[in-house]
Design a protein around this ligand. Structure first.
Ligand SMILES: Cc1cc2nc3c(=O)[nH]c(=O)nc-3n(C[C@H](O)[C@H](O)[C@H](O)COP(=O)(O)OP(=O)(O)OC[C@H]3O[C@@H](n4cnc5c(N)ncnc54)[C@H](O)[C@@H]3O)c2cc1C
Length: 464
């Protein structure tokens, strides 16, 4: 554990800071500051992924934009490692660090919904549960993640996909504007008619360009109820059922979305499941589900009508904070049996029955936006696959990591395309794969907005 006044710099050195400099940082802050040994330090340093166990030198819980600006100026001046935390759900643990500063935004939870203009202005400390609950009071929503305790900030800045993506597009496709504190400490309003390059870059560019202190979303009418159809098949049937279901999806209305998954049923048997969600009326939803219900012989079938907010919480326990996680992801062009089969047989051998393999359907409205219109490039890849080991006991870390690596290596060559928010620490080549043709422009803009790479604890775009 670092000494109280020792900080890690961008160059990996330990630097003792003059107590006067620290006092000058602390005294005007509205928010709380914790250092190792302070009450609440251990709770404050915990993040969603239980395998990430880091010890920051300072945890600042910002209350105001000025707090954010002060921390940015301090980290920039002393070249100290800075981690920015929204919901703390980074797979790779980028929202914490050893020896640096964690800027925790959880208290910046302001939220205003304007039902007449269908707008929501939201603080970066909110979770999807908060935003969904407030917007659904007016029968409105924006595409959000499939797990409601995920932070709106990190998810939005990476693109944002969820049950509404096929119908509405990505979260960033409804981001009207955002307020961003950039590396020079300035507060900028990024919108189509103000700082348009920054507005382009933050719609997929992650935390590379600054710290978002507010997001304005355009909302759409959704719910309040949606229909959910779950069909589970023996996992051996996956390579046949999934491609057939893919064909049916192509002919389905955009109000129908889908995630296919390998999971372990309560009786301990691995299954291949289809989860179909329809935002249409009950009758129309049943019509959309009908052809899928004629596929194969399901071992489980259920159709329910639930509030949209309940759908958004459906997977919360499966991916609970504090469990241990390790995974790999990629975009796919199609559900090829050459990918499905090895993943199904790998899943049957998973060391932990909590683990999952997910195939999230995109396409639809996501694909109607040109690849170069936002930083998020992979508009034409209709599937995102994630292989995720989930376990409890640290003694099982190695077995689960080895399982993921083996399962991944057994796959044929996949497209050089990955969702930035599903990357682990996989190196610059994979960050480039997340941005494809947009990487060069992002790298130029990184040089303009963050030439020293202050915001480096993320899927880092190297300044040109
Ligand atoms: C259980 C689970 C379910 C998920 N489901 C989905 C899903 O359905 N759809 C989807 O698209 N993604 C999903 N993801 C991926 C998710 O989008 C990313 O993990 C996202 O980064 C989480 O955001 P966060 O604010 O919670 O994370 P954090 O760990 O706080 O931050 C993640 C990254 O964003 C940066 N960041 C955070 N806040 C700010 C800010 N205000 N300004 C600038 N940079 C910031 C951080 O520095 C870090 O690099 C899921 C992840 C998990 C763990």
């Amino acid at each position: 554990m670092p000494h109280r006044s020792m900080f890690r710099t961008w160059h990996g050195e330990e630097r003792a800071l003059d107590p006067g400099a620290l006092k000058a940082l602390r005294s005007p802050l509205q928010g709380n500051v914790r250092t190792p040994g302070d009450a609440g330090y251990d709770e404050a340093r915990a993040v969603w992924n239980g395998t990430i166990d880091r010890h920051p030198a300072l945890i600042v819980t910002a209350q105001t934009i000025q707090d954010v600006q002060r921390v940015v100026a301090f980290a920039q001046q002393h070249q100290i490692v800075l981690a920015v935390r929204g919901g703390g759900h980074s797979f790779a643990g980028h929202s914490t660090c050893d020896g640096g500063i964690v800027l925790e935004l959880a208290q910046m939870r302001h939220l205003r919904v304007d039902p007449a203009r269908r707008l929501a202005v939201a603080g970066p400390g909110l979770r999807w549960a908060d935003l969904d609950a407030a917007t659904q009071q007016h029968g409105l929503a924006v595409t959000g993640g499939q797990v409601s305790h995920t932070g709106i900030a990190g998810l939005t800045l990476g693109g944002g996909m969820g049950w509404l993506a096929r119908q509405l597009g990505l979260t960033v496709d409804h981001l009207v504007s955002a307020d961003i504190v950039t590396a020079d400490g300035a507060l900028r309003h990024a919108a189509p008619d103000a700082d348009a390059d920054l507005y382009w870059a933050i719609r997929g560019g992650g935390g590379n360009f600054g710290i978002a202190t507010a997001f304005t979303y355009q909302l759409q009418a959704i719910g309040p109820d949606v229909s959910v159809c779950q069909l589970a098949f023996p996992i051996e049937a996956a390579a046949q059922v999934f491609p057939e279901a893919e064909e049916l999806l192509e002919a389905s209305p955009p109000s129908l979305s889908a995630t296919f998954v390998f999971l372990t049923a309560p009786d301990g048997v691995p299954v291949a499941a289809l989860t179909l969600v329809s935002t249409a009326s009950s009758d129309q939803a049943l019509q959309s589900f009908a052809p899928f219900r004629r596929l194969g012989t399901p071992v489980f079938e259920e159709i329910v009508r639930v509030p949209y907010t309940a759908l958004q919480r459906m997977l919360d326990q499966v991916a609970a904070p504090g469990l241990r996680y390790y995974g790999r992801g990629n975009f796919l062009d199609t559900l090829d049996p050459l990918v499905i089969e090895p993943l199904a047989s790998a899943y049957a051998d998973a060391p932990s029955s909590q683990s999952l393999v997910l195939f999230v359907r995109l396409g639809g409205a996501v694909a109607t936006v040109p690849a170069e219109a936002t930083a998020f490039a992979h508009r034409n890849r209709p599937w995102a696959v994630t292989v995720l080991a989930i376990w409890r006991d640290p003694a099982d870390d190695d077995a689960n990591r080895v399982w993921i690596e083996r399962a991944w290596q057994a796959l044929p060559a996949l497209p050089k395309a990955v969702y930035v928010n599903e990357l682990a620490d996989e190196g610059n080549e994979r960050v480039r794969a997340a941005y494809g043709p947009n990487y060069e422009r992002l790298s130029q803009l990184k040089r303009r907005y963050d030439p020293d790479n202050l915001f480096r604890l993320n899927q880092n775009i190297v300044p040109a």
